[in-house]
Design a protein around this ligand. Structure first.
Ligand SMILES: *[C@@H]1O[C@H](CO)[C@@H](O)[C@H](O)[C@H]1NC(C)=O
Ligand SMILES: *[C@@H]1O[C@H](CO)[C@@H](O)[C@H](O)[C@H]1NC(C)=O
Ligand SMILES: *[C@@H]1O[C@H](CO)[C@@H](O)[C@H](O)[C@H]1NC(C)=O
Ligand SMILES: *[C@@H]1O[C@H](CO)[C@@H](O)[C@H](O)[C@H]1NC(C)=O
Ligand SMILES: *[C@@H]1O[C@H](CO)[C@@H](O)[C@H](O)[C@H]1NC(C)=O
Ligand SMILES: *[C@@H]1O[C@H](CO)[C@@H](O)[C@H](O)[C@H]1NC(C)=O
Ligand SMILES: *[C@@H]1O[C@H](CO)[C@@H](O)[C@H](O)[C@H]1NC(C)=O
Length: 652
């Protein structure tokens, strides 16, 4: 029995809060490690291949044919999938970092066209977006996503800096008057045409707007310091209080399906999967503004409990719309995967606790690619840890996603993941190197990539070539006009991490407080390697099952299958897209197992095989192509289905 590497993996660890407590000139607590501006980091190796596949795939072509982007109300069209008007905003949030991480001119042109159109349409009172006063209420939520994209664009492209800062300042003034007026834009008022539920999205995801307001405070406060701070306070005032939810006694540790429906209804704002993924950074974001140190613990509890009680072995959150429990037939939404990666990366650079980076890598290397076709043209809405096939389930086991939600398609179940998935690897790449003090660079999310920056006005470049996480060696070439310190993060599972080939630092060991190894880099060119060491690890899961990891990769049984494809279908009507209205690479798929899949393994017989030593396949995660695999003794077992999904038993 061969277990082929593709999907997923783990590792929670206890931690020390490293967050700094002295304020910056903006009055905010500083990040433990400050991010570099978008565009400073470029991907190498497999990460570049995957980002390019996304650019060449669905993400990079939505602007050409996808109605909710091409004909969005934000740029003069009339197409929205909901009253939240959030489709193009999600696209902006993902395409800005994708375009500038790859420095891809075609995508930069798309971004320019859209951003210029958004800026041109700013309304006389400063409102950004299509909602007019005449048409009724203006909900703030969708601007959150646009602003995340705009602030990154202002960092990446000097010609956009001033127009974007000006637009955000004007909006900030308007938002100040709205929020002062009894929370207008954030809470439901009698007579609004949208429902109170529509307002919940912003209330429950408030921290993502605060990220942009803090960016203004940090880098472009203008004369708005007080207004920005008041806006943050007012947003917190009207927001869902995640600091209360992530406390003993409030948090629900049970499987939600075992609890009465009323619990779900009452606590909905805290139970929606994508919202939970976004809110993993709530405590770390607000702590910067209110300096409440107990939020460091709140952040840790929020993350640890989410994954302990509702987490998948792949590093994502099991929530088929609403949180579930641990059964491996539950789904995890692609939007949840990418928001989880971003939030965990944020928590790492805000708080400095390496366990967040471990978890970010886990989700990025396992949950995210599992939900996408190798060519990045099709995706699942939800991914099941135990999934023998991908088809119309007819009798689906999910809380509120449909029978097609685990198929690979252009817009399965609902279009949010179609527009939100592009941010995954670009954000991961953006935070893969961070600043550590005035003269340090940290390789934070380990992956192949290169940072080009300046230290004390002198040029520095750090280039990392590696097949990590598929291999345990990272090779660095550093070119620097100045002496500086390069810090390398040591994942929690890496017990034998060591530097080799850099005479002064051979044998340097990690600082147990930071989980970093420091390498002193002299000016000139320096080359060395960083070896992690990787063991096979068997992790216990619910119902006497196990998950198998090697380093940051989760291993899964490769199930041979047949694949049939057809034209993309509209998510709501299930009618096919008309001929000629979509790129020829876009398909919806049905995958059927061509063998039995119901095997049990003897974990004591697991053996790792590196494969034939050939280079990684391209695309990296195309089904069954990776050379490394694990073997084990196995036998077929009876394995009943729950509805039309698989009941837990054996491994995940
Ligand atoms: C966009 O709107 C135009 C004008 O109504 C229409 O001709 C076109 O088919 C629409 N495209 C999409 C992708 O919806
Ligand atoms: C504020 O809005 C709430 C919710 O619509 C409403 O119940 C309340 O009366 C308003 N208060 C004021 C002072 O307008
Ligand atoms: C704040 O700055 C803007 C331009 O950035 C200017 O128009 C405005 O007058 C200033 N307001 C105050 C109160 O100084
Ligand atoms: C600080 O945060 C904790 C949650 O970690 C919260 O319970 C407490 O009320 C906050 N304190 C203040 C003064 O806001
Ligand atoms: C999925 O199966 C159900 C039950 O047989 C059927 O009603 C539904 O139309 C199917 N959906 C599609 C898109 O084939
Ligand atoms: C595929 O899995 C299903 C569900 O367990 C099973 O009934 C079927 O026999 C399998 N197909 C093959 C070709 O083994
Ligand atoms: C796993 O065990 C729990 C009780 O310990 C049970 O509620 C749940 O249904 C089991 N799940 C499966 C898939 O057997």
């Amino acid at each position: 029995m061969r277990l082929r590497g593709t999907v997923l993996a783990v590792l929670p660890l206890a931690n020390i809060g490293l967050a700094s407590t002295s304020e910056t000139s903006s009055g905010l607590l500083p990040f433990a490690y400050e991010p570099f501006p978008l565009g400073s980091i470029t991907p190498n190796g497999w990460l570049r291949i995957e980002l390019q596949a996304s650019a060449d795939g669905l993400a990079g072509h939505l602007f050409d044919f996808f109605r909710f982007v091409k004909n969005s109300t934000w740029i003069g069209g009339d197409q929205e999938y909901s009253s939240l008007n959030e489709a193009l905003p999600y696209w902006v949030n993902g395409l800005v970092p994708l375009a500038y991480t790859l420095q891809d001119d075609r995508l930069k042109d798309q971004v320019s066209t859209v951003v210029d159109s958004i800026l041109d349409r700013i309304q006389p009172d400063g409102w950004i977006g299509p909602e007019t006063l005449a048409s009724g209420e203006r909900m703030i939520w969708a601007r959150t996503l646009v602003f995340l994209g705009l602030t990154n664009l202002a960092d990446a492209d000097p010609k956009y800096e001033q127009p974007i800062v000006d637009a955000l300042h004007r909006f900030n003034d308007l938002m100040h008057s709205m929020l002062k007026n009894n929370g207008t834009g954030m809470i439901y008022h009698q007579g609004d045409k949208v429902t109170a539920d529509d307002y919940v999205w912003f209330q429950a995801r408030s921290e993502d707007m605060v990220v942009s307001l803090q960016w203004l405070l940090d880098y472009h406060p203008g004369n708005q310091t007080e207004i920005l701070k008041e806006n943050i306070d007012m947003i917190h005032h009207w927001a869902s209080k995640w600091e209360g939810w992530y406390s003993e006694g409030s948090y629900i540790t049970e499987d939600l399906n075992d609890l009465p429906q009323s619990v779900t209804t009452d606590q909905w704002q805290f139970l929606h999967g994508v919202t939970v993924a976004e809110s993993l950074k709530f405590a770390a974001v607000y702590r910067r503004s209110n300096a409440n140190e107990s939020l460091v613990t709140t952040a840790k509890n929020g993350v640890d409990w989410t994954f302990k009680y509702h987490g998948a072995a792949s590093g994502t959150i099991l929530a088929d719309e609403r949180l579930d429990g641990l059964n491996p037939y539950y789904g995890s939404e692609l939007c949840t995967d990418v928001e989880t990666i971003y939030s965990l990366a944020y928590n790492y650079f805000a708080l400095g606790d390496s366990s967040y980076a471990d978890r970010a890598e886990l989700a990025a290397f396992n949950a995210l690619p599992a939900a996408l076709s190798g060519d990045w043209w099709a995706h699942q809405y939800v991914t099941q840890p135990n999934q023998p096939y991908s088809k119309n389930l007819t009798d689906e086991p999910f809380w509120n996603t449909n029978a097609l939600s685990q198929t690979f398609a252009v817009e399965p179940d609902y279009p949010c993941c179609t527009v939100n998935h592009p941010q995954g690897y670009p954000k991961f790449t953006m935070y893969s190197f961070l600043k550590n003090g005035d003269s340090g660079i940290l390789h934070s999310l380990l992956s192949p990539g290169r940072i080009q920056t300046q230290i004390q006005g002198k040029a520095v470049s750090v280039d990392c070539q590696t097949d990590y996480p598929f291999d345990n060696t990272l090779s660095y070439t550093v070119d620097s006009d100045v002496d500086f310190q390069l810090y390398l993060r040591v994942p929690g599972w890496a017990t034998q991490a060591k530097i080799q080939g850099s005479p002064s630092d051979d044998g340097a060991s990690k600082d147990p407080k930071t989980d970093l190894i420091k390498v002193n880099i002299p000016s000139g060119t320096t080359k060395f390697t960083y070896e992690l060491g990787m063991d096979l690890v068997t992790a216990d899961r619910a119902n006497d099952t196990v998950a198998i990891y090697r380093g940051a990769l989760l291993y899964a049984l490769h199930i041979p299958h047949t694949s049939t494809s057809g034209p993309p279908k509209f998510y709501d009507t299930q009618k096919e897209y008309p001929v000629g209205t979509y790129p020829s690479e876009a398909h919806d798929y049905v995958l059927l197992n061509s063998t039995e899949w119901n095997v049990a393994i003897d974990p004591s017989t697991l053996e790792y095989h590196a494969g034939s030593g050939e280079s990684l396949p391209s695309p990296t995660f195309e089904d069954g192509q990776l050379p490394m695999y694990i073997t084990a003794k196995a036998c077929l077992i009876g394995w009943p289905l729950f509805r039309s999904a698989v009941l837990s038993r054996g491994y995940v």
